[in-house]
Design a protein around this ligand. Structure first.
Ligand SMILES: [Zn+2]
Length: 365
């Protein structure tokens, strides 16, 4: 919530907004574009309160709303999917004519309460210290709004391995928790810990950082991309298809961490075109690991965008890709070692480099 700047007017009315942050990728036959979206929408439809927070959600400092925080808290009515649906619609209606593929990737949503006061039956914005609407009507009535005390506990899910009871390890912001005792990985799903297949590609030593990737096997309706041979054909890789390549199953390799848009697509493309075929050890790597900050659902969401970048005969395949249904079949969390140089993280084997700064500035995405 935004702290109320002036407490002399008594406890504020706290009105909920959904804040949505994410990167919108749009790609057409000519290429991919992306833009960073950070906007807010009412979490209860009301004509009395401002439609959005405007730039305040970026400009003002926030604090946690706690049970002891004073004020009348209006209960959010719209759900997170309602808001995401609305935002998707908002942006898809802006394009007409050429069909495009659009994906929101790395999105985060949160509820922000903004403080208001009622003075002589008029609603005042407590941050701007002025009436919400310049025309005062004197008939604002708070009783029509559902209110609740913020008694939501800040939940800490016990970080014990559900399989063996050992302490789970993971950075504060990591979506994957690892058990070094029984070599398992877990993520939160439906308020409980669910096991995920995890492993690493060996090759690291002391000065390596393991970056997490989602290795995803998925069906794409209407497009044959099942084997390495299919990839060579679709991406027009400068290789002559060998006999056994039809039997090597194709997988997408998508970063499991947030990173700036252009690097995200580049890494996903380079790794997917490399199709690492090294043995994956089903163990927690012994070394420094970068936290998993991008859920697998978001990685799946990016598949069409990544594909549209590497398919070569755009005229033939792109129209099918727009309407294709992506059916994820399996996924695996794979840690890949990158040598830490002065400026770059490098994996020579797959010819992938990443500037150190790119990772360190990704925290606020
Ligand atoms: Zn365990």
């Amino acid at each position: 919530m935004f702290p109320c700047p002036d407490n002399s007017k008594g406890p504020p009315i706290c009105f909920p907004y959904w804040r949505f942050k994410g990167i919108l990728y749009s790609c057409g036959p000519t290429g991919t574009e992306h833009k960073f979206i950070d906007l807010s929408r009412q979490a209860v439809v009301s004509e009395c309160f401002p439609a959005s927070l405007g730039i305040r959600s970026q400009a003002l400092k926030l604090k946690f709303a706690l049970p002891e925080t004073e004020g009348i808290f209006i209960r959010p009515v719209l759900s997170q999917p309602d808001i995401i649906h609305g935002i998707r619609k908002l942006f898809s209606s802006q394009m007409d004519g050429n069909k495009e593929i659009q994906s929101f990737i790395g999105e985060t949503t949160s509820i922000i309460y903004a403080p208001f006061h009622v003075i002589n039956d008029n609603l005042y914005d407590s941050i701007l210290d002025m009436p919400v609407f310049s025309r005062l009507s004197g008939d604002f009535d708070i009783s029509g709004y559902p209110a609740e005390k913020p008694d939501w506990p800040i939940t800490f899910i016990p970080a014990l391995c559900p399989a063996c009871g050992w302490d789970l390890a993971g950075e504060r912001d990591s979506l994957a928790l690892l058990c070094r005792n029984c070599d398992s990985a877990w993520h939160h799903r439906n308020k409980r810990l669910e096991k995920i297949d995890m492993g690493y590609i060996p090759g690291g030593s002391d000065n390596h950082l393991f970056l997490p990737f989602w290795m995803i096997r998925a069906g794409i309706s209407g497009i044959a991309l099942d084997s390495y041979a299919d990839l060579v054909k679709i991406a027009n890789l400068p290789r002559v298809v060998q006999d056994g390549w039809k039997d090597i199953s194709f997988k997408f390799w998508i970063p499991a961490f947030k990173v700036r848009a252009q690097h995200f697509i580049r890494l996903a493309t380079q790794m997917t075109l490399s199709q690492p075929y090294d043995e994956i050890k089903s163990k927690v790597p012994a070394g420094t690991m970068h936290p998993v900050t991008l859920p697998v659902t978001e990685a799946i969401e990016s598949i069409k965008i990544v594909m549209s970048g590497f398919i070569k005969s755009k005229k033939n395949i792109f129209p099918s890709l727009i309407d294709a249904a992506i059916t994820p079949e399996s996924f695996y969390l794979v840690y890949i070692p990158f040598r830490t140089g002065h400026h770059d993280l490098i994996n020579e084997k797959y010819s992938v480099t990443l500037n150190n700064n790119v990772l360190s500035t990704a925290c606020n995405l």
